[in-house]
Design a protein around this ligand. Structure first.
Ligand SMILES: Cc1cc2nc3c(=O)[nH]c(=O)nc-3n(C[C@H](O)[C@H](O)[C@H](O)COP(=O)(O)OP(=O)(O)OC[C@H]3O[C@@H](n4cnc5c(N)ncnc54)[C@H](O)[C@@H]3O)c2cc1C
Length: 618
């Protein structure tokens, strides 16, 4: 591996060049390049300075705006608010700068195993996740600046008109697609210049590492009459193509970098890293947030006074936890934990995720399976910022599908992508099995198959799941992870739609492209399902319970909607009901998860939140 896992080796260090002589020009160039790359791939100037030391030594004054969490949405909010030089903005982020593995797509599995990612174990529900240890899925999120946007797959796809019009028709006034389009546009419009930088999302089309495989799949999709898309964002994209990614010049561009790092010189914006917020403190009537309590470097508890507003952007798993710890949540749940109630709201309910089903296929190894030349790849990346190190797994080849032939709507019900594993790529399998918690016997079976075949996994995601889960507190300690009930496949309709996705996938096997390549479904031994006839409906419903897992698109746990509606927690201005100066701006406010990847819609939420705050206070 090129870099030490979980480290930012160059941060704060002076890096010297290699002392290797000119024995072999290419090798010495590479060694030189690797050493300097370790310093240049990610260094501290890409990120805002850490204000922790000053805060610890001199204490903190009050801030006009305190943003909790520097992830996809929080970074955008803090950056936009601090464009007003009259306002003081403090951002509190539980993690540190992302490690160097974050920069390159090739290290995504290592990254998920680093301290930049935080993992949760989801409760077993016995109708999903049975392929994973203790029948429990594992969920991950980013624990660093840029948040989950620093560890994600970088795919950038906006919400559809249908998604957002549903939000507004159900009481979220101001959140119709026509009203949101401006924020999607603002997020990706280059603004500012080197003397007055402004943040925005940096985007490029993804390159794939394995073009041979991409061509195979695209020709099969063509045979099935899936249209190739010219651009994601077309109104009715029931199509496939490579998505745009938050990646440029060989580097990831999370909002932590593109919105915050870019404006690191602003004197009115301070960022404290390794600052884990533990509690929100209110006035006697619980109507006004007075201060935010946090622990710096897991050592010292501090407090900051909020002069105008606080914005909670800790993500769909941690934002509800923090509200509940502070007394805002379901009455009966908080009472059980002896947490004094401030506001009785259904915080933590309405949890949604795009449940994903993994289907495995095998094929004879392609001639390129013998492995590419790693040195060539390193050389190309160091010299040009391109090549396999800067390319994406085939997962960025994404299809949005309508497999339900009975509806006349244009809405997508499935979202599908693929990941290919070449014969012998055991490390890739081991890492992903470790992150997901795949049961050992299943991993060993896949490993045996990889000794002889190429394998690819077709992922089928439910675009609009009906099942709902919940987040609850385990204890009243901020250190304990919450109890997560994913709720996967608890609604029959979700299973029916997944079944239509399986039928769609099996059609691929009938295409001449797949037949010529001798692609077969891989039958994974599952004693509980093997009693049913292979590929029968009963078999597939049983299989679904095993290989359903997370799409990593958690949303909805602090539901937005009309103020008077008792199933909502924040109003359409994102204010927590009953509190004047506390808003939530992250994926948790989505009343219904958007039909595909959630990063772009979450950044849009950050943009709109900042705009509403500007309108109120400027
Ligand atoms: C493995 C993976 C792959 C994904 N791939 C894609 C993809 O390719 N495309 C896509 O669109 N979406 C993807 N997603 C989802 C997407 O990245 C998220 O939906 C999005 O980043 C969520 O943004 P957020 O602002 O709500 O939360 P986050 O980005 O998670 O931000 C929350 C921030 O708050 C901090 N925080 C948490 N608790 C506290 C606390 N108590 N005090 C202070 N700070 C705190 C966290 O450290 C984090 O920085 C992926 C997700 C995962 C996990």
């Amino acid at each position: 591996m090129l870099f030490a896992s979980g480290t930012s080796a160059c941060a704060g260090h002076h890096c010297s060049g290699s002392s290797v002589g000119a024995v072999n020009t290419l090798v010495s160039l590479l060694v030189e390049g690797i050493l300097s790359a370790q310093c240049n791939i990610s260094n501290r100037t890409l990120w805002p300075e850490d204000y922790a030391e000053q805060a610890l030594n001199h204490g903190l004054a009050g801030y006009d705006f305190v943003v909790i969490g520097g992830g996809s949405a929080g970074s955008a909010v803090a950056s936009r608010l601090s464009e007003n030089s009259n306002w003081s903005v403090l951002l509190l982020e539980a993690g540190d700068d992302p490690p160097q593995e974050s920069e390159l797509p090739i290290f995504s599995s290592e990254l998920l195993n680093s301290k930049a990612a935080y993992h949760y174990t989801v409760e077993a529900n016995n109708v999903s996740c049975k392929a994973f240890k203790n029948n429990q899925c594992r969920w991950s999120r980013g624990n660093c600046l840029g948040g989950t946007g620093s560890i994600n797959g970088m795919v950038y796809v906006e919400g559809t008109p249908e998604n957002h019009d549903l939000w507004c028709s159900q009481g979220s006034k101001g959140w119709c697609y026509d009203e949101l389009r401006q924020f999607y546009t603002k997020a990706k419009t280059p603004q500012g210049n080197s003397s007055h930088p402004l943040g925005y999302v940096v985007l490029n089309p993804a390159n794939a590492t394995d073009m041979e495989f991409v061509e195979l799949v695209t020709s099969a999709w063509d045979e099935l009459k899936q249209n190739r898309l010219t651009q994601f964002g077309d109104e009715n994209y029931l199509h496939y193509n490579f998505a745009n990614v938050t990646f440029a010049n060989g580097h990831r561009w999370s909002t932590g970098k593109s919105y915050l790092g870019k404006v690191r010189q602003r004197p009115n914006l301070k960022v404290i890293k390794n600052a884990r917020v533990t509690k929100l403190q209110f006035d006697k009537e619980h109507e006004k947030l007075l201060s935010v309590e946090f622990v710096v470097r897991e050592k010292r508890t501090m407090k900051v006074q909020v002069n105008k507003e606080a914005i909670l952007s800790a993500g769909a798993l941690e934002s509800p936890k923090l509200l509940m710890l502070s007394g805002i949540g379901p009455f009966s749940h908080l009472r059980r934990l002896n947490i004094p109630l401030r506001h009785n709201l259904p915080v933590g309910r309405n949890l949604q995720d795009h449940v994903v089903l993994n289907l495995y296929f095998k094929m004879p190894p392609s001639p390129s399976s013998s492995g590419s030349n790693d040195l060539d790849g390193i050389y190309e990346y160091l010299m040009h910022g391109t090549g396999p190190l800067a390319s994406f797994a085939t997962g960025q080849l994404t299809a949005y599908l309508k497999t339900d032939k009975n509806t006349t709507t244009t809405s997508k019900n499935m979202h599908s992508y693929l990941v290919a594993m070449k014969k012998g790529s055991f490390q890739q399998l081991e890492l992903s099995a470790q992150v997901s918690g795949l049961k050992d016997e299943l991993k060993d079976f896949l490993r045996q198959q990889l000794e002889q075949h190429d394998i690819f996994v077709l992922y089928i995601l439910l675009a609009q799941p009906k099942s709902r889960g919940s987040i609850k507190l385990k204890t009243s300690s901020s250190k304990d992870p919450p109890i997560i009930d994913a709720g996967y496949l608890t609604q029959t309709e979700d299973k029916l739609i997944l079944m239509s996705g399986i039928e769609y996938a099996l059609n691929l096997l009938e295409t001449s492209s797949f037949r010529e390549r001798q692609i077969e479904l891989l039958r994974i031994p599952l004693p509980e399902c093997d009693g049913y006839q292979f590929k029968s409906l009963e078999y597939w419903y049983c299989f679904m319970e095993y290989f359903s897992s997370t799409g990593y698109h958690f949303a909805g746990t602090i539901k937005m909607g009309a103020k008077e509606d008792n199933i909502t927690c924040v109003d359409p201005e994102l204010r927590v009901k009953g509190v004047r100066n506390l808003r939530v701006a992250d994926a948790s406010i989505m009343p219904r998860v958007t039909s595909h990847n959630t990063n772009a819609p979450t950044i849009m939420i950050g943009e709109k939140a900042a705009d509403m705050i500007w309108k109120q206070w400027a």
